[in-house]
Ligand binder design. Structure first.
Ligand SMILES: NC(=O)c1ccc[n+]([C@@H]2O[C@H](COP(=O)([O-])OP(=O)(O)OC[C@H]3O[C@@H](n4cnc5c(N)ncnc54)[C@H](O)[C@@H]3O)[C@@H](O)[C@H]2O)c1
Length: 281
């Protein structure tokens, strides 16, 4: 039975995950190597709750109760009693291997170790931990409080029991899990990111303006957001990193990152986070 959850990395994803867990009655420890980042993340969650209260979608009592379930820490040692640890740190295999290796030595033998990676191999990461069968991919989508889907990704060694417990956990926080066998990009990113890469190619070829490319996919394919606006939201650096993983893993030309995507990342045109991408913010 999962009661206490540790979340490592208090960035965009860690903050959203902790908010959802606290709202669903889980005792949650938010861990970042920089305690000020963890504290700022908690302040962000409190201000989101205030906004919900002002819209009559949350009570003050529920806000206080949810915030009381969250502790901020900066040492992995403090996660030792957790039943589940979700790693949402920087997307880098070595960073994740070091974190997971340390956590697996600190936590109980049956603690579930989950990674929120967008593209890295669950099987490779599992080789860094004491019990590879305890490691699974639990891939949330951004923004976590709004996005329903969670990909549950099984590595080669992930046990059936760990998968079942993770499935029940995702249902308990009112998200929709899908079962995924590990493969590059999993399901969503393998389909979505090459589509964005193709839209960048269409734009680079001068086939249509960026506004008309986005309008075409909104009105012609019923997408809520056009692909170039979506690339700005995801972050062009993230899109490039995922294309590079797909290209390297499959070795197929159809996954070649478009040169314009590479050029924009080199120029720090990363989208919303740098206030410039295909659009200005
Ligand atoms: N941003 C997205 O849209 C999105 C969507 C799905 C999955 N993901 C994945 O989630 C993970 C986190 O992404 P993000 O966008 O929140 O990143 P982010 O850069 O916003 O946050 C990462 C956090 O991890 C912390 N961190 C780094 N090393 C650490 C360590 N050793 N110990 C503790 N904390 C450490 C950093 O201080 C930072 O606060 C990545 O693996 C990413 O691929 C991101």
């Amino acid at each position: 039975m999962i009661k206490k959850v540790g979340v490592i990395g208090a960035g965009t994803m860690g903050t959203g995950i902790v908010q959802v867990l606290a709202q669903n009655n889980y005792e949650t420890l938010l861990c970042d190597r920089d305690i000020d980042i963890a504290k700022r993340s908690l302040e962000r969650i409190a201000s989101i709750f205030d906004r919900l209260i002002s819209k009559d979608r949350m009570t003050i009592e529920n806000k206080d109760a949810a915030l009381a379930r969250i502790s901020t820490v900066n040492s992995l040692d403090q996660l030792k009693d957790c039943d589940l640890v979700i790693e949402a740190a920087t997307e880098n295999m070595n960073v994740k291997k070091t974190i997971m290796s340390d956590v697996s030595k600190i936590c109980k033998d049956n603690t579930i170790l989950a990674t929120n990676t967008s593209s890295l191999s669950i099987t490779e990461l599992s080789q860094a931990v004491e019990y590879p069968e305890n490691l699974i991919g639990i891939h949330f989508f951004n923004p976590v409080p709004l996005m329903q889907l969670v990909e549950l990704i099984k590595g080669l060694s992930t046990s059936k029991e760990v998968f079942e417990k993770s499935l029940n956990f995702i249902n308990s926080i009112n998200k929709k899990p899908v079962e995924v066998e590990e493969a590059p990009g999993f399901v969503v990113n393998r389909i979505l990111i090459p589509m964005i890469n193709e839209a960048i190619g269409v734009y680079a070829d001068g086939v249509a303006s960026k506004e008309d490319i986005d309008l075409s996919m909104k009105l012609g394919a019923n997408h809520p957001l056009g692909p170039l606006a979506l690339a700005d939201l995801i972050g062009l650096d993230v899109c490039l990193a995922i294309m590079e993983v797909l290209h390297e893993e499959f070795g197929e030309d159809k996954y070649r990152p478009h040169p314009l995507l590479k050029k924009m990342v080199r120029g720090n045109y990363l989208g919303r986070k740098t206030k410039q991408g295909f659009y200005n913010y």
